[in-house]
Write a protein that binds this ligand. Structure first.
Ligand SMILES: CC(C)(COP(=O)(O)OP(=O)(O)OC[C@H]1O[C@@H](n2cnc3c(N)ncnc32)[C@H](O)[C@@H]1OP(=O)(O)O)[C@@H](O)C(=O)NCCC(=O)NCCS
Length: 184
């Protein structure tokens, strides 16, 4: 995996990403609406990177994670996740994280379209979905800015840290990608 935008690259994780990855996984603001628990042990971060650092294309039924790095320095600033549904290999789900020192610089809205282009154009996905906590304003604003359609509002549907939260579910179809982003 190696996709470029004007300021960023989406690439495989490397061993050199460990400390920064571990640090932002332990940032309470970053972890607030995510599925992992903090403290997030360094060994777990290392095992995670070992598992995914040689990842190629997304594989059916598995979650795969790619690093988002600054193009100039190759420093990791976040990651994008992608899951291809077992029941239908032309449907994917994405997830995204940017570390808090890099928030609100337009990085998420810059790098996610690179992954979407890969999914819709290269892998010919029919549909890409994403979901988020209804209180995660940054997440749903990002999705809406990218052109995702809010399709569902599930009430107390996700158990996180012992409490049920509500979720918005979003979707984009391949033909909608081409309508919004053209052939690029
Ligand atoms: C969601 C996240 C990836 C956004 O990353 P980002 O690089 O800061 O986003 P961008 O700078 O591209 O901003 C995208 C849009 O969201 C808005 N936005 C970003 N953070 C926001 C916040 N805290 N509150 C309100 N709006 C916010 C931006 O203003 C922008 O919309 P606009 O241009 O119309 O104003 C980042 O906040 C994050 O990693 N959060 C923690 C992890 C997480 O919750 N991931 C999503 C799990 S579903």
């Amino acid at each position: 995996m190696h996709l470029k935008t004007s300021r960023l690259v989406l690439r495989n994780f490397t061993d050199a990403d460990l400390d920064i990855f571990w640090k932002y996984r332990n940032d309470p603001e970053v972890a607030k609406y995510q599925g992992w628990k903090i403290p997030y042990p360094r060994e777990k971060a290392k095992a995670f990177i070992d598992l995914i650092k040689n990842a190629g294309a997304p594989r059916v039924g598995e979650w795969i994670q790619y690093a988002v790095a600054l193009k100039d320095t190759n420093e990791i600033i976040g990651d994008l996740g992608c899951h291809v549904k077992k029941a239908d290999s032309r449907q994917a789900v994405i997830g995204f994280t940017i570390s808090s020192p890099h928030w609100r610089k337009g990085y998420a809205t810059e790098i996610i379209p690179a992954l979407l282009r890969y999914l819709f154009v290269d892998l010919k996905m029919h549909r890409v979905a994403a979901d988020c906590d209804v209180e995660n304003t940054a997440s749903y604003r990002t999705l809406e800015k990218l052109g995702f359609r809010r399709e569902a509002h599930f009430i107390e549907s996700f158990l996180i840290n012992g409490a049920y939260t509500s979720e918005y579910h979003y979707g984009m179809l391949q033909r909608e990608w081409f309508e919004i982003y053209g052939e690029r």
